[in-house]
Design a binder for this molecule. Structure first.
Ligand code: G3H
Ligand code: 13P
Ligand code: ZN
Length: 308
């Protein structure tokens, strides 16, 4: 088994009208849960880690852990840097063995975003690594950066950006946002923007960030067993499935895994008050993550049996 890039998986996803799940992890149980889910569904997945997740786990520990788990569980996987903030961070991940990186220049002006993305693309492509960039700004909080309002992606800019940078995939802003509180009123995604970008960049893989559905069952379980998560709301599953049948080839989910793991651990500890073996409660968290990943593959991504 090996760490692979996204080239083949995105091509198959685009042609097959489905998307690849990109799941954030920062520890062993999350990693195992995602890979066990992928194995059970014979599906491609991406493991992704943010800068803070890499700092938490340690860059070399993370890479070696993903390689070893991919081998032991028996599933090839892409290891991706999520929201790389600058060239130095991206370079350190490429040098450490990541097979895919994101340079997130979405908070810069257009020209600076083009410049830093091109710099990353040149470095990455020489080393066989693929690059995702972002154009437009998602509302909400991502790592240390936050925005109150969406700045939807401009299709004209998207075409120019892709041509000038040579990037392999592009994250766009069409109304999703990071975290558990995505919509104050009705959920709405700008499918007209996605459609126009798809028409103007045929065959080019689009990425959707902030795409957790914020599963209400997990929220309810968290709250039932001592949590306090009020007003959480995610992207409706039918909208995500529609996006994955279009040019969206990668769908990012972190919040749903965090909620499922926390709910399972809270429940386990509440129901087993004398238990103090971390393998028991973290194992419950791992199983919950596997269940979420399998359900996403079935209901959101449509990627079952994407591995030949
Ligand atoms: O897009 C943000 C991801 O959910 C990562 O979050 O920086 O807390 O690891 P994090
Ligand atoms: P969620 O917060 O909706 O899970 O999005 C995660 C994400 O986009 C990571 O890059
Ligand atoms: Zn994101």
């Amino acid at each position: 088994m090996a760490l692979i890039t996204t080239k083949e998986m995105f091509k198959k996803a685009y042609e097959g009208g489905y998307a690849i799940g990109a799941f954030n992890i920062s520890d062993l149980e999350q990693l195992q849960g995602v890979l066990e889910g992928a194995k059970a569904k014979n599906s491609y997945v991406m493991i992704q880690a943010s800068k803070s997740a890499i700092q938490y786990a340690g860059p070399h520990t993370l890479v070696e852990m993903v390689k070893a788990a991919s081998d032991e569980i028996g599933v090839d996987v892409a290891l991706h840097l999520d929201h790389g903030p600058n060239f130095e961070t991206v370079k350190s991940c490429i040098d450490a063995g990541f097979t895919s990186v994101m340079i997130d220049g979405s908070h810069f002006d257009f020209e600076e975003n083009v410049r830093v993305t091109k710099e990353v693309v040149d470095y990455a492509h020489e080393r066989g690594v693929v690059v995702e960039a972002e154009l437009g700004v998602l509302a909400g909080v991502e790592d240390e950066v936050s925005s109150d309002v969406h700045k939807y992606t401009d299709p004209d800019e998207a075409v120019e950006f892709v041509e000038r940078t040579g990037v392999d995939s592009l994250a766009i802003a069409i109304g999703t946002s990071h975290g558990a509180f995505k919509f104050k009123g009705e959920a709405e995604l700008k499918f007209d923007i996605l459609e126009e970008i798809q028409n103007r960049l045929p065959g080019f893989p689009i990425v959707l960030h902030g795409a957790s559905a914020v599963d209400q069952e997990s929220v309810a379980t968290c709250n039932e067993f001592g949590g306090n998560i009020a007003g959480a709301k995610g992207v409706p599953v039918d909208m995500l499935r529609k996006a994955s049948s279009m040019a969206v080839c990668k769908i990012n989910m972190d919040t749903d895994l965090r909620l499922a793991m926390t709910a399972a651990i809270r429940k386990y500890l509440a129901e087993n008050p004398s238990q103090f073996d971390p393998r028991k409660y973290l194992g419950a968290g791992k199983d919950a993550i596997q269940a979420v990943v399998e359900s996403k593959i079935d209901n959101v991504l449509g990627s079952e049996n994407s591995i030949n």
